[in-house]
Ligand binder design. Structure first.
Ligand code: AP5
Length: 214
């Protein structure tokens, strides 16, 4: 099963993608996580990506597209995958479709997690992330049982650099300009499914599961 997750920054794409990946035993491929891991490891890609991410801007397509297309060719993607944060522009979506067509494949579902802008800033300021293992928490809606320590790996949880309110506002603007048009793109392919992302995260997961089981 091949799934694209759509939605504004902080809509809960990553939270849901991790749960779906575990249930369907497919890899969760998050471009944001790939960039953050490169930043942490001080790679050339990480240095370039950080310049854009810290400003709430998208990393240029030329640094992003080949990276993902190569990843999808790896052995663990044979059974499918869930893409989180990619595609994020129409050119990225077209490049993905071209690569899939070349392999005789197609995307099965584009799941849009719909959350209005007014809920987003609150969610982002409460998010805490583990820089070591990538686990995500929320101080109110999904806290770690150990306060600011990651339940999964024991590392210290952090507020992401790009989760400051002014950067979140910028990211929301970029989302509406460059990523939201993908809703129409996948709708016209007949694979768009929208879920109400303002529900409790387990209810969002149940809604997505009923779509994937159709
Ligand atoms: P990325 O890491 O992809 O960030 P994003 O899309 O902005 O999404 P987020 O990770 O911020 O949010 P999410 O929707 O996954 O929400 P989450 O589940 O964490 O990208 C970061 C940057 O990298 C981009 O700005 C860009 O610069 C660059 N980049 C990445 N991909 C790129 C690409 N393809 N092209 C170019 N540039 C790219 O949830 C948020 C919070 O809410 C958490 O605290 C969570 O616990 C909580 N929460 C989740 N669900 C619920 C719920 N139902 N109720 C209450 N709280 C909830």
């Amino acid at each position: 099963m091949k799934i694209v997750m759509l939605g504004a920054p902080g809509a809960g794409k990553g939270t849901q993608a991790k749960m779906i990946a575990a249930k369907y035993e497919i890899p969760h491929i998050s471009t944001g996580d790939i960039f953050r891991s490169n930043i942490k490891n001080g790679t050339e890609l990480g240095k370039k990506a950080k310049e854009y991410m810290d400003q709430g801007l998208l990393v240029p397509d030329e640094l992003t597209v080949d990276l993902v297309i190569d990843r999808l060719g790896q052995e663990d993607c044979q059974k499918g995958y869930i893409l989180d944060g990619f595609p994020r522009t129409i050119p990225q979506a077209e490049a993905l479709d071209a690569a899939l067509t070349k392999r005789g494949e197609k995307m099965d579902f584009a799941v849009n997690v719909d959350v209005p802008d007014e809920n987003i800033v609150n969610r982002m300021s409460g998010r805490r992330a583990c820089a070591k293992c990538g686990a995500t928490y929320h101080i109110v809606y999904n806290p770690s049982s150990k306060g600011d320590i990651c339940d999964v790996c024991g590392d210290t949880l952090i507020l992401r650099d790009d989760d400051k309110p002014e950067t979140v506002q910028k990211r929301l603007g970029v989302y509406h300009d460059q990523t939201q048009p993908l809703i129409e793109y996948y709708s016209s392919q007949g694979i768009l499914k929208t879920v109400d992302g303002t529900q409790d995260m387990n209810d969002v997961f149940a809604a997505i599961n009923s779509i994937l089981g159709e």
